[in-house]
Design a protein around this ligand. Structure first.
Ligand SMILES: Nc1ncnc2c1ncn2[C@@H]1O[C@H](COP(=O)(O)OP(=O)(O)OP(=O)(O)O)[C@@H](O)[C@H]1O
Ligand SMILES: [Mg+2]
Length: 174
């Protein structure tokens, strides 16, 4: 009998029930089983995001946030390397649309304005550790939550804030 495949497709979905204030919401979580699959998922998102979009990447250390951002960069034809150098909080990558990659981990709880709000409409903003950049998050954005399952497996959950991002969530999970 065949054992469970290690190459299940990215679109392998299951529902996650979240109970909040007595209301029940169902989100569709995705499972990726390699770095390449997470890049592929990021690329799919990058292809449907419009200028001015904001994506907030939350979750575990080594959960795949930077890896996913690489995929978004790929979709935007970014040529510079998408990574997270220890002391760089904002990296701007030129592409078909500029990618503003923020890794707020080092900001910790020190609210700090990176001064990019005036450029936001021109590009796509991707924020790792948005918990440390909360004061500057727009009202509407796509939250993506990464959970480390095992060495090669990650759960990725889309949580839209706002109508535009609800539409994107549906496109990503259908
Ligand atoms: N399914 C997977 N998806 C993404 N990365 C994976 C997967 N399986 C293994 N990996 C590995 O896990 C690591 C993910 O690192 P990455 O820098 O993307 O995480 P991160 O969430 O940005 O971490 P940090 O919180 O430190 O910024 C990489 O070394 C990658 O090769
Ligand atoms: Mg990272």
């Amino acid at each position: 009998m065949a054992s469970e495949s290690s190459t299940l497709p990215v679109k392998n979905l299951y529902n996650v029930e979240v109970f909040l204030c007595k209301m029940s919401y169902t989100y569709k979580a995705m499972i990726t089983r390699s770095e390449a699959e997470t890049i592929e998922l990021g690329e799919k998102l990058g292809k449907i995001l419009k200028k001015g979009s904001t994506v907030a990447l939350k979750g575990d250390l080594a959960g795949g946030k930077t890896t996913f951002t690489k995929g978004i960069g790929k979709a935007l034809n970014v040529k510079s390397v998408v990574n997270s150098p220890t002391f760089t909080i904002l990296k701007i990558h030129e592409g078909d649309i500029p990618l503003y990659h923020i890794d707020a981990y080092r900001l910790e709880n020190n609210s700090y304005d990176l001064g990019i709000s005036e450029y936001e409409d021109e590009g796509i903003m991707v924020i790792e550790w948005p918990e440390y950049y909360e004061d500057f998050l727009p009202e509407e954005y796509l939250e993506v939550v990464f959970t480390y399952i095992d060495e090669n497996t990650r759960q990725i959950l889309f949580h839209p804030h706002g109508e535009y991002y609800e539409k994107i969530e549906r496109e990503m999970t259908c």
